[in-house]
Design a protein around this ligand. Structure first.
Ligand code: FES
Length: 164
């Protein structure tokens, strides 16, 4: 589905029955763990710790092994995202084009650090590492919609627009 800036993320609440169905539907594939984790995050926007024992049992892994993979990859979210998600590129090309200043302004505007969600659940602010928009960075995704040529002023106004 194509996303537009300002579209709210409408994801279903975590549901262990649906999660179990997803796990079982993929468990017999070779290298099933990452596809399962991606499928759960795609469906719910995050992966509840409840999934760890269910995945471990389905794949015949230990809970510690599943937990280790889940926590190793920062792309997997272990708590529900905010209603809006800002992903700001932290890779080198965007950093060289003013990404740090843009990041700082976003942090100030939201009152949170990268990787956090505002206390009211309005917006999650995540790092992302290269969107393929390096020549027109700093770049970001706001609710899945790409934005480029960011400045501190522009990110502040884009955040304000997304929140209103
Ligand atoms: S480095 Fe930011 S889009 Fe490539």
């Amino acid at each position: 589905m194509e996303r537009h800036q300002g579209d709210e993320m409408t994801l279903p609440v975590w549901d262990n029955t649906t999660a179990q169905e997803i796990i079982e539907s993929l468990a017999s594939e070779p290298g099933a763990l990452l596809p399962i984790l991606h499928a759960l995050q795609e469906r719910f926007g995050w992966i509840c710790d409840d999934a760890v024992p269910a995945i471990a049992e389905a794949l015949n892994w230990s809970r510690a092994e599943v937990h280790g993979v889940l926590t190793f990859y920062h792309d997997f979210r272990r708590s529900p995202p905010g209603r809006h998600v800002l992903k700001l590129c932290q890779a080198e090309a965007c950093q060289a084009r003013g990404g740090r200043e843009v990041t700082q302004r976003a942090q100030q505007r939201l009152g949170i650090e990268l990787g956090e969600t505002t206390a009211d659940g309005t917006m999650t602010f995540d790092p992302i590492y290269c969107l393929g928009l390096c020549a027109s960075g700093p770049a970001a995704l706001i609710d899945g919609a790409p934005v480029a040529r960011l400045t501190a002023e522009r990110i502040e106004s884009l955040i304000t627009k997304a929140l209103t």
